[in-house]
Structures are given as C-alpha cells and as structure tokens.
Design a protein around this ligand. Sequence first.
Ligand SMILES: NC(=O)c1ccc[n+]([C@@H]2O[C@H](COP(=O)([O-])OP(=O)(O)OC[C@H]3O[C@@H](n4cnc5c(N)ncnc54)[C@H](O)[C@@H]3O)[C@@H](O)[C@H]2O)c1
Ligand SMILES: [Zn+2]
Length: 372
Amino acid sequence: LFPPVRAVIEIPVELGARSYRISIGQGILERTAGFLPSIDYTSAAILTHPHLSDPYAEPVRRSLEDRGIPVTIITSPAGIRGKTLQTAARLYGRLLAVGIDRKGLIVTVGGGVLGDVGGFVAATFLRGIDFVQIPTTLLAQVDASIGGKTGVDLAGGKNLVGAFHQPRAVVIDLETLRTLPLRELRSGLAEVVKYGIIADEALFEFLAAQMPLIIRRDFDVLSSAIERSCRTKAAVVAKDETEQGRRAILNFGHTVGHALETVTGYRRYKHGEAISIGMISASLIGESIGITPPDVTTRLAGVLRAARLPTVFPAEVPHNEVLEAMSHDKKALSGRPRFVLARAIGNVEHGIDVPETAVRAALARQGLGFRV
Ligand SMILES: NC(=O)c1ccc[n+]([C@@H]2O[C@H](COP(=O)([O-])OP(=O)(O)OC[C@H]3O[C@@H](n4cnc5c(N)ncnc54)[C@H](O)[C@@H]3O)[C@@H](O)[C@H]2O)c1
Ligand SMILES: [Zn+2]
C-alpha cells in the first residue's frame, strides 16, 4: 500500500566555496527545504512548466512555505524553443513583479531546458542569486542539473550565451520519472551509457544486464544507474569546473551527435538519440585510427539497441553537412573538430584531432546495413 521508505543518497560536488550536494530519493519533494544548506531567503520563485506544476512544483512550494519562505510559482511553456533570451527576459520581468530580491531563491522544476534557462536567469538576475535544481527528466537528473553550466540558445546555435553558476543543491526525486514519456527516458539513458564508457565499466555492465528493468522504471535499478552517473559527473566537474581540460570527456559522442542535431534542425532526434548515434560514430572513428578496439563498438551497440536507441547513421543526412557543422562547433579549434575517443569501456581520451578521411570512412560504415 505504501511505497517502501528508501534512504536518501547524498553525493557531494566538491567545488570549494561553491560545493553542494545532490540528494537522490523517492517521494522527497515534500522535504525539499531539508536538502538546502540554508533557508535564509526572503522569498522564492519556482520556475516550472504548466504540466509539472501540480504534481511536482506544489510539494516543493509547501515544503518551503512550511519553513517560512513565501513562494511564487512561475510557469513557462515546454519545448526546446523555451531556451531563449526571450524566455529569460520574460522571467526577469516576472521575478521583478513578484518582488524577488538579492536574498531571494530560484528553484527550477523541470528538464534540462528549464534548468538551463532558469539557471541562466539565476546567474544574471541582480548579478546573480541562489538557485536550486530539481530535475524531472532522466537526462537532467544525470547531466544537465549538475555542474553549473547554464545558458540559452541563439538563432545561430545552441548554448551560445551562458554563464557558469553552480546551484546550491540538486534534488532528484525518482517519482518524477513516472510521468516522463518513454522516449524521453530512453533519451536520458544514452547519457547514462556515456558515463559507463567514459569512466565506469561496472555501470556499463550493470546497464547491459539490467536494461529491461530500467525501461520498466524499476526504481532500485534506476536509482543505482542515476547514482553512479551523478558520481561520475560530480567527480569530473570537481576536477575541472570550467572545462579547461578533462571535463571535455563528457562530450563523448557529442561531436557527431551535436552536428547531427544541427543538420536535422533539432526536430528529428531527441538529444540522447543523436548522442546514441554519435557515440557509435566516435567508436568507429576510434577504430579507424587504431585507438578503439572493435569489441568496444560491439558492446556499445548492444547496450544502445537494448535501450532501443538508434545506432545507424541516417542515409539521407549528407556527410558533407555533418562535417561542416562539426567545424563550426564551439569546441572545435581553428575549424577542426576535437574528438573524445575510447581506449576501452571506462577509459577515454579527449582533444584528439582526427583526419577527415577517417571521419568519412566511419560515417560510411555506420550507414544503412550497419551491423557489428
Ligand atoms: N547544463 C548542462 O550541463 C547540460 C547538459 C546536458 C543537456 N543540457 C541541456 O538540456 C536540454 C535538454 O533537456 P531535457 O532532455 O531534459 O529536455 P526538456 O527539458 O525539453 O524536457 C523534455 C520534455 O519532457 C517534459 N517533462 C519534463 N519532466 C517531465 C516529467 N517528469 N513528466 C512528464 N514530462 C516531463 C518537458 O516538459 C519536455 O516537454 C538541452 O537544451 C541541453 O542543451 C544541458
Ligand atoms: Zn548530452
């Protein structure tokens, strides 16, 4: 009748004065205030989407109000077009109207889009106020909510305006995943698989064995997968907060993945789906220059297919356009893309400059009829 009471998992993100904790549990939104390092705020604004307001923002509101913090819930429409300067401008206006001051708090309740724009607003409103991330998609729980990258998209590209602004806390309630569309769950799993490849072979093996239970949203296995992913993200960010070096390993699969999203106008693929294809590209590119052993590609494709994520490079997307998009990537150097490539499951290298012929050969291999 009652869900079992599970212990809350706490993961520290060690960033000196900007350190915070990720708290993972089930049914914990009612206790949000208890996960904050301080409740010394004049008022709070919860930013969320209309359909998430009743189930997820309301319990957060009750928790903060019980501790004496007046709360306003501000909603913003869902969708990737929500991550814009226009949305930010509208939110600044609402924050002013409801009287959020420098001792105010912003709480984001939503996926990566809302967390990124809400975090950016928190970074810039009154030159920066405190904020808390309450991610409600798997992708935001394991990736977007952690690490302090905030920002918005421009017409000319994704994430082109932004700021580093660390949250005061990240609160992950597994219960929010119950209402997440299955396609979004699978998309988030691509990033979980990524953590396996870049740093955690045990997680990779766990996913290979438990994928059916994960897809059925078994909270025990999901909780372990989220915990291990968050630990890796936290460790990588702690060593390289502003991506001067090793943080780049988080971009495994993203060089081709981002280009594919750009070329297909962000309509055809969810982010994780593009990253799934991009991780196979990275593996095949690694094979073609002798860095990645072929069995890595086989194992990676097996796990991604078990999650029903795409692995074939789409026949109708011209390779020239993908190469062109990669050369404009903001992580490219002098127009040449840099790759993160795997030496083994759990061990990657970043900043690798690959000859264009090797990239073309890999994409061709990954086309229709791709099998490993
Ligand atoms: N800051 C970072 O480090 C970082 C890292 C990775 C990705 N991102 C960004 O994250 C964004 C993608 O985030 P996303 O995949 O979470 O997409 P999203 O925020 O668009 O959410 C996907 C959809 O799910 C809905 N939704 C959210 N939670 C729900 C729930 N619990 N139940 C039902 N529906 C729910 C949303 O309304 C939306 O329609 C991109 O803009 C990407 O750039 C940022
Ligand atoms: Zn990603």
